[in-house]
Design a protein around this ligand. Sequence first.
Ligand SMILES: *Cc1c(COP(=O)(O)O)cnc(C)c1O
Length: 318
Amino acid sequence: MSVTLDDIRAAAGRIRGHVVETPLVRDEVLSARLGQPVWLKCEYRQATGAFKLRGATNAILSLAPDALARGVVTASTGNHGRALAHAARALGVPATVCLSRLVPGNKVQAIRDLGATVRITGASQDEAMVEVARAVAQEGMTEIPPFDHEAVVAGQGTLGPEIAPLTPDAVLVPLSGGGLAAGVAVSIKALSPATRVIGLTMENGAAMAASLAAGHPVEVAESPSLADSLGGGIGLQNRVTFAICRDLLDDAILLTEAEIAEGIRHLGRAGHVVEGAASVGTAAMLAGKFVPQGPTVTILSGANIDPALHARIMAEAA
Ligand SMILES: *Cc1c(COP(=O)(O)O)cnc(C)c1O
């Protein structure tokens, strides 16, 4: 395994004080309805509203001093871009985020507000990635990718030791590029071997689930989803996360958009304002696609949902 429990323990030491140990809160409604304790790991309470701060912080703190001085770069507009910008500023390291002209102005401003230098280039994400490659080759910046990177996986894996003492029967993990699922699976399987680790994602454009089914990384067509943070491919040249997910995940479960909306609504009623990606474990239990056989933990991975969209979903009849 390219990431070990020792790597995750080292990451936990590095990021201590830079990220919070988020609460584990019992979902009393689901626990009563399903007859097993259901716990919510509230990762949406990290400073940038998502667990990605763990991986980004560990990746930056793993760099040598000369690399730190030259700075870090990414093309992500989502939770990874926010996390990298926030962590870099907190650690006094220059961060650059390369965006295409198509990224909306409010998203550009949000990244500037986090202290990153924004470079607008080209008319697509692919062209923004060309600028990342140029900054790496010509300016000596270090690219910190959103998931397929050992230090990022180890950082996300620091969630495992916070969950393992419950020795749950199952941990439900939102699954996209697999950085979160890989890190959590490595630490949970080492610390609580009988615990099942299950990946959850949307039916529309689930690249890792399709890749696991095919036995190798594949591309899938993308379509809009309430779980927008779960979109995107895993990379046909995937190095780290595919193999770990293949070897350690016990199952992958796919959710419809209506099921994801129901998950958001259920959590919203209990005061957890989360994005679609964070609701997939809850959605699976509500839909009967995952039936708890013992104590179950579901990771509420992020909070970054447009408030108007959240209000619209809450107002819809179940
Ligand atoms: C990135 C992200 C995920 C998926 O993480 P991967 O490591 O790409 O599998 C899930 N939920 C939220 C909120 C995210 O930002």
